[in-house]
Design a protein around this ligand. Sequence first.
Ligand SMILES: [Zn+2]
Length: 241
Amino acid sequence: MPHTSPPLPDFTRWPSFPFEGEFRVKKLDDPVAVEPPRKGEGTSECLSCSAPDEAYIWVSERWRVRAMDRPTGLPMVLILESRSHLDLGDLPNLLAAELGVMTVRLERAIRSLDGVARVHVNRWGDGAAHLHLWFLARPYGQLQLRGTFLPLWDTILPPIPEEKWRENLALVAAWLAEFGGRPLAEPPRIQWQAPSSLDQLTPEGGVTGDVPSGPDAADAVEPGDPAGGDGAARPDDPGTR
Ligand SMILES: [Zn+2]
Protein backbone atom coordinates (compact mmCIF):
# COMPACT_ATOMS: atom_id res chain seq x y z
CA MET A 1 0.00 0.00 0.00
CA PRO A 2 1.54 3.33 -0.99
CA HIS A 3 2.48 5.72 1.77
CA THR A 4 0.28 8.80 1.83
CA SER A 5 1.72 11.70 3.78
CA PRO A 6 -0.44 13.53 6.28
CA PRO A 7 -1.00 17.23 5.53
CA LEU A 8 1.86 19.57 6.37
CA PRO A 9 1.52 21.27 9.76
CA ASP A 10 1.05 25.03 9.96
CA PHE A 11 4.54 25.63 11.28
CA THR A 12 6.01 24.88 7.86
CA ARG A 13 4.47 28.20 6.80
CA TRP A 14 5.76 30.19 9.77
CA PRO A 15 8.41 32.82 9.00
CA SER A 16 10.72 31.06 11.47
CA PHE A 17 10.61 27.76 9.58
CA PRO A 18 14.04 27.56 7.96
CA PHE A 19 13.08 25.76 4.75
CA GLU A 20 10.91 26.34 1.72
CA GLY A 21 9.85 24.30 -1.22
CA GLU A 22 8.06 21.00 -1.53
CA PHE A 23 7.86 18.82 1.59
CA ARG A 24 6.12 15.77 2.81
CA VAL A 25 5.95 14.21 6.24
CA LYS A 26 8.24 11.21 6.81
CA LYS A 27 6.82 7.83 7.58
CA LEU A 28 7.64 6.77 11.15
CA ASP A 29 9.67 3.63 11.67
CA ASP A 30 8.09 0.92 13.76
CA PRO A 31 8.87 1.38 17.48
CA VAL A 32 11.66 -0.79 18.87
CA ALA A 33 10.89 -3.13 21.76
CA VAL A 34 14.03 -2.16 23.69
CA GLU A 35 15.82 1.15 23.20
CA PRO A 36 19.61 1.12 22.81
CA PRO A 37 21.64 2.55 25.71
CA ARG A 38 22.47 6.22 25.55
CA LYS A 39 26.06 7.41 25.88
CA GLY A 40 27.03 6.90 29.51
CA GLU A 41 24.38 4.27 30.07
CA GLY A 42 25.12 0.60 30.75
CA THR A 43 28.55 -0.22 29.37
CA SER A 44 28.61 2.79 27.05
CA GLU A 45 31.37 5.25 27.97
CA CYS A 46 30.31 8.62 29.40
CA LEU A 47 32.12 11.32 27.47
CA SER A 48 31.26 13.95 30.09
CA CYS A 49 32.71 11.98 32.99
CA SER A 50 35.88 11.26 31.03
CA ALA A 51 36.36 14.88 29.86
CA PRO A 52 38.99 16.87 31.81
CA ASP A 53 38.16 20.30 33.26
CA GLU A 54 40.29 21.85 30.52
CA ALA A 55 37.59 20.88 28.02
CA TYR A 56 35.25 23.37 29.71
CA ILE A 57 35.06 27.16 29.81
CA TRP A 58 34.17 27.27 33.51
CA VAL A 59 34.12 24.66 36.27
CA SER A 60 33.11 24.47 39.90
CA GLU A 61 32.87 21.78 42.50
CA ARG A 62 29.55 20.48 41.20
CA TRP A 63 28.96 22.09 37.76
CA ARG A 64 30.79 22.56 34.49
CA VAL A 65 30.01 24.66 31.40
CA ARG A 66 31.28 23.73 27.96
CA ALA A 67 31.21 25.28 24.52
CA MET A 68 31.11 23.82 21.06
CA ASP A 69 34.52 23.07 19.57
CA ARG A 70 34.17 25.94 17.09
CA PRO A 71 31.95 28.96 16.47
CA THR A 72 28.49 28.28 15.10
CA GLY A 73 25.78 30.51 13.64
CA LEU A 74 24.38 31.84 16.93
CA PRO A 75 26.27 34.32 19.12
CA MET A 76 26.63 31.71 21.85
CA VAL A 77 25.77 28.06 22.42
CA LEU A 78 26.75 26.52 25.76
CA ILE A 79 26.05 23.36 27.70
CA LEU A 80 25.66 23.19 31.47
CA GLU A 81 26.54 19.84 33.01
CA SER A 82 26.49 18.44 36.50
CA ARG A 83 29.86 17.09 37.56
CA SER A 84 28.21 13.96 38.92
CA HIS A 85 26.92 11.33 36.54
CA LEU A 86 23.22 11.93 37.10
CA ASP A 87 20.24 12.62 34.86
CA LEU A 88 17.69 15.33 35.54
CA GLY A 89 15.27 13.20 37.50
CA ASP A 90 18.07 11.73 39.61
CA LEU A 91 19.30 15.01 41.08
CA PRO A 92 19.22 15.19 44.87
CA ASN A 93 17.64 18.32 46.31
CA LEU A 94 20.89 20.20 46.70
CA LEU A 95 21.82 19.77 43.05
CA ALA A 96 18.24 20.34 41.90
CA ALA A 97 18.19 23.67 43.72
CA GLU A 98 21.60 24.58 42.37
CA LEU A 99 20.47 23.72 38.86
CA GLY A 100 17.88 26.46 39.14
CA VAL A 101 20.46 28.96 40.33
CA MET A 102 22.97 27.92 37.66
CA THR A 103 20.35 28.09 34.92
CA VAL A 104 19.38 31.64 35.84
CA ARG A 105 23.01 32.69 36.25
CA LEU A 106 24.10 31.30 32.90
CA GLU A 107 21.06 32.73 31.13
CA ARG A 108 21.91 36.14 32.53
CA ALA A 109 25.58 35.84 31.61
CA ILE A 110 24.80 34.95 27.99
CA ARG A 111 22.07 37.61 27.73
CA SER A 112 24.58 40.21 28.87
CA LEU A 113 26.61 39.68 25.68
CA ASP A 114 26.34 42.30 22.97
CA GLY A 115 23.64 41.59 20.45
CA VAL A 116 21.85 38.84 22.36
CA ALA A 117 18.09 39.22 22.70
CA ARG A 118 17.07 35.94 24.31
CA VAL A 119 18.58 32.75 25.62
CA HIS A 120 16.71 29.52 25.00
CA VAL A 121 17.26 26.76 27.55
CA ASN A 122 16.69 23.19 26.42
CA ARG A 123 17.14 19.74 27.81
CA TRP A 124 16.77 16.74 25.50
CA GLY A 125 18.96 13.97 26.84
CA ASP A 126 18.14 11.39 24.18
CA GLY A 127 21.77 11.04 23.17
CA ALA A 128 23.61 11.05 26.50
CA ALA A 129 22.55 9.99 29.99
CA HIS A 130 24.73 12.57 31.81
CA LEU A 131 22.63 15.66 32.59
CA HIS A 132 23.28 18.49 30.14
CA LEU A 133 21.25 21.60 29.42
CA TRP A 134 21.62 23.59 26.21
CA PHE A 135 21.73 27.39 26.23
CA LEU A 136 21.23 28.97 22.81
CA ALA A 137 21.46 32.72 22.29
CA ARG A 138 19.18 34.40 19.75
CA PRO A 139 20.70 37.46 18.08
CA TYR A 140 18.90 40.71 18.78
CA GLY A 141 16.58 41.92 16.05
CA GLN A 142 16.46 38.58 14.23
CA LEU A 143 12.75 38.05 14.71
CA GLN A 144 12.71 35.22 12.21
CA LEU A 145 14.87 33.18 14.57
CA ARG A 146 12.32 33.31 17.39
CA GLY A 147 11.11 30.06 18.82
CA THR A 148 11.66 26.37 18.43
CA PHE A 149 13.65 26.37 15.18
CA LEU A 150 16.58 28.21 16.73
CA PRO A 151 18.75 25.06 17.05
CA LEU A 152 18.24 24.41 13.32
CA TRP A 153 19.20 27.97 12.40
CA ASP A 154 22.36 27.56 14.48
CA THR A 155 23.66 25.03 11.98
CA ILE A 156 22.32 26.87 8.92
CA LEU A 157 23.71 30.37 9.56
CA PRO A 158 27.37 31.11 8.80
CA PRO A 159 29.60 30.80 11.91
CA ILE A 160 30.27 33.99 13.84
CA PRO A 161 33.89 35.28 13.73
CA GLU A 162 36.17 33.14 15.88
CA GLU A 163 37.65 36.12 17.73
CA LYS A 164 34.21 37.38 18.73
CA TRP A 165 33.25 33.89 19.82
CA ARG A 166 36.33 33.52 22.05
CA GLU A 167 35.74 36.95 23.50
CA ASN A 168 32.15 35.97 24.34
CA LEU A 169 33.28 32.69 25.93
CA ALA A 170 35.75 34.56 28.13
CA LEU A 171 33.07 37.07 29.16
CA VAL A 172 30.64 34.33 30.17
CA ALA A 173 33.36 32.41 32.03
CA ALA A 174 34.39 35.57 33.89
CA TRP A 175 30.77 36.37 34.74
CA LEU A 176 30.24 32.90 36.21
CA ALA A 177 33.52 33.12 38.13
CA GLU A 178 32.20 36.22 39.91
CA PHE A 179 30.06 33.80 41.89
CA GLY A 180 32.73 31.14 42.36
CA GLY A 181 34.33 28.36 40.40
CA ARG A 182 37.17 28.69 37.93
CA PRO A 183 37.11 30.36 34.49
CA LEU A 184 39.04 28.45 31.86
CA ALA A 185 38.25 30.40 28.70
CA GLU A 186 40.65 33.24 28.04
CA PRO A 187 39.88 36.25 25.90
CA PRO A 188 41.71 36.46 22.60
CA ARG A 189 44.82 38.54 23.07
CA ILE A 190 44.87 41.75 21.15
CA GLN A 191 46.97 41.70 18.03
CA TRP A 192 48.40 45.19 18.27
CA GLN A 193 49.77 45.24 14.80
CA ALA A 194 49.69 42.93 11.86
CA PRO A 195 53.30 42.13 11.01
CA SER A 196 54.13 41.98 7.34
CA SER A 197 56.82 39.39 8.00
CA LEU A 198 57.98 37.14 10.81
CA ASP A 199 61.04 39.38 11.24
CA GLN A 200 58.85 42.00 12.80
CA LEU A 201 57.71 39.77 15.62
CA THR A 202 59.09 40.61 19.03
CA PRO A 203 58.70 38.73 22.25
CA GLU A 204 57.20 41.79 23.94
CA GLY A 205 54.85 42.41 21.05
CA GLY A 206 53.11 39.24 21.93
CA VAL A 207 52.17 38.53 18.37
CA THR A 208 53.66 35.11 17.99
CA GLY A 209 51.16 32.56 19.09
CA ASP A 210 48.86 35.28 20.29
CA VAL A 211 46.48 35.19 17.43
CA PRO A 212 43.01 34.21 18.57
CA SER A 213 43.42 30.72 17.22
CA GLY A 214 46.61 30.20 19.23
CA PRO A 215 47.04 26.93 21.03
CA ASP A 216 46.38 28.37 24.50
CA ALA A 217 43.00 29.75 23.64
CA ALA A 218 42.11 26.71 21.59
CA ASP A 219 42.89 24.34 24.41
CA ALA A 220 40.87 26.35 26.86
CA VAL A 221 37.64 25.81 25.01
CA GLU A 222 38.21 22.62 23.09
CA PRO A 223 35.34 20.51 24.31
CA GLY A 224 36.29 17.37 22.47
CA ASP A 225 32.86 16.22 21.61
CA PRO A 226 30.78 19.19 20.53
CA ALA A 227 27.55 17.53 21.46
CA GLY A 228 28.38 17.69 25.11
CA GLY A 229 28.70 13.99 25.42
CA ASP A 230 25.66 13.19 23.38
CA GLY A 231 27.66 11.38 20.83
CA ALA A 232 25.71 13.32 18.24
CA ALA A 233 28.34 15.72 16.98
CA ARG A 234 26.84 19.17 16.47
CA PRO A 235 23.50 17.55 16.34
CA ASP A 236 21.72 17.21 13.07
CA ASP A 237 18.71 16.15 14.97
CA PRO A 238 17.52 17.79 18.19
CA GLY A 239 16.04 14.45 19.14
CA THR A 240 19.51 13.06 19.68
CA ARG A 241 20.70 15.89 21.87
ZN1 LIG B 1 28.84 10.90 33.15
